[in-house]
Design a binder for this molecule. Structure first.
Ligand code: KE4
Length: 432
């Protein structure tokens, strides 16, 4: 691995960016606020590697926050985009590819009988919440502390991802009346959910079936089945936010991996193959409530545009043709956990490495992670030192202790082994 440069050009561009953009970025976590220093500016990427304006190369575990499951600039995705881009990028009228992608999503995701494309995970989760409220006539929603479902008002209460990163789990600007409709339970704690549902005023429980926005926190074996049971007992709909886990932890997502079928599902990231798209779907009786079939309104100028359908189809078709990739991710995730776990033991410092399929995470300074209560105690300073030590050695981790890391197929060509050597050294030098 060639050591990184001083990132002079990136620093200059970041200074210009902060003049005209909030924090110099188009999404907060990219600003490196939690890990120090200024972010590298990417010039290009291919496979598992990013190339920066400073001439640095990094092995990338951000993977566009999970969207790029195959790797950057995958030849099939690039070819699909090149093919469609010359024919026009958006028409505002139906296209064949939208039908083909919808049919493929419905065939792959167990709970999805009818699906609608949207432009972001935020839109997907906001839309399924609106359906749930319309279908049940109830206004309350249950989310879990440390989970993140995008930036719509109802979900910016004790949220994960960037809010947890910057210590602002709830956002100003969300009206108290809106926030009061959101009840927050503890992940992996069914009793806290039962308490929230007792008055039968809750329209939906919205959950990341594998929490990925407080680091990677897997569900206890009884958690998801317990949510299904509690929702059925209380007339509440179960919503899986699979924006991150969809097509990542299994071809059919977490619902296929754990065998629990939600009523509605939000999808994102992988479904659009790295193009700006997402989707939501579920039971036909619920999805037929959506306009123009039904009265629940949701719309989008660029929803299902040719770039998204081309990249999404190329990616999902490849995954469907190569289901063995999920076994390879499970094996590789286990190797990461074993390798880094052994390093932590050897240096005699507490830490936990978790993994589910192609997503994983490290929690430094704690012994166990089952909920935000555990995760919030991680050693953030140590993570910052670890992150910087890895970056200086050519490995880019998600710049927050509260984000999952992501494998790409491109890591599996031996690149992961080189990255593990770097991460081992970074763990050792950062531990004090
Ligand atoms: P977007 O609106 O960012 O496309 O999706 C929101 C969202 C919804 N649900 C889950 C489970 C998610 O993980 C996300 C977005 N994930 C973050 C990373 N933790 C996106 C990165 C960012 O905010 O820049």
């Amino acid at each position: 691995m060639t050591p990184a440069t001083s990132r002079t050009r990136s620093t200059e561009w970041f200074a210009r960016a902060t003049e005209v953009m909030p924090g110099g970025v188009n999404s907060p976590v990219r600003a490196f606020g939690a890990v120090g220093g200024s972010p590298p500016f990417v010039e290009s990427a291919r496979g598992a590697h990013l190339h920066t304006v400073d001439g640095d190369e990094y092995i990338d575990f951000v993977a566009s926050w999970g969207a790029l499951i195959l790797g950057h600039a995958h030849p099939l995705v690039v070819a699909a985009l090149e093919e469609v881009i010359a024919a026009g990028t958006s028409f505002g009228l139906p296209t064949v590819a939208e039908v083909e992608l919808a049919e493929l999503v419905c065939s792959l995701v167990p709970s999805v009988e009818v699906v609608r494309m949207v432009n972001s995970g935020t839109e997907a989760t906001a839309s399924v919440l609106r359906i749930a409220r319309a279908a049940t006539g109830r206004s309350k929603v249950v989310k879990f502390e440390g989970c993140y479902h995008g930036h719509s008002d109802s979900f910016l209460v004790k949220a994960g991802s960037g809010l947890a990163t910057f210590g602002e789990p709830s956002s100003p600007g969300v009206p108290p009346a809106t926030a009061s409709d959101t009840r927050v339970a503890r992940y992996n704690d069914l009793d806290s959910v039962a308490d929230c549902l007792a008055d039968r005023e809750v329209a939906a429980v919205v959950v990341e079936p594998v929490a990925g926005n407080m680091g990677c926190v897997p569900p206890d074996p009884d958690f998801l089945p317990g949510l299904r049971r509690l929702c059925d007992e209380h007339g509440t709909l179960l919503v899986f936010d699979e924006v991150m886990t969809g097509f990542r932890v299994a071809l059919g997502g977490a619902q296929a991996r754990y065998g629990v079928v939600p009523d509605l599902t939000a999808l994102g990231k992988v479904v659009a193959g790295g193009a700006p798209g997402a989707a939501y779907g579920g039971r036909a009786d619920l999805m037929r409530q959506v306009a123009p079939d039904g009265p629940v309104y949701q719309a989008g100028t660029l929803a299902g545009n040719p770039l998204v359908t081309a990249a999404g189809l190329a990616t999902l078709r490849y995954l469907a043709d190569h289901p063995d990739l999920y076994d390879r991710f499970d094996v590789a995730g286990g190797r990461v956990a074993d390798h880094l776990g052994a390093v932590l033991s050897r240096i005699g410092r507490p830490g936990v490495v978790t993994h589910v399929g192609g997503m994983f995470g490290i929690f430094l300074g704690v012994e166990d992670v089952r909920s935000w209560d555990d995760v919030s105690a991680v050693d953030r300073e140590w993570f910052g030192r670890f992150f910087r030590a890895a970056l200086e050695r050519g490995v880019l981790l998600p710049p927050s202790a509260f984000e999952a890391w992501f494998l790409m197929e491109a890591h599996l060509d031996g690149t992961l082994d080189r990255a593990l050597d770097v991460l081992e050294e970074a763990l050792e030098v950062s531990a004090r």
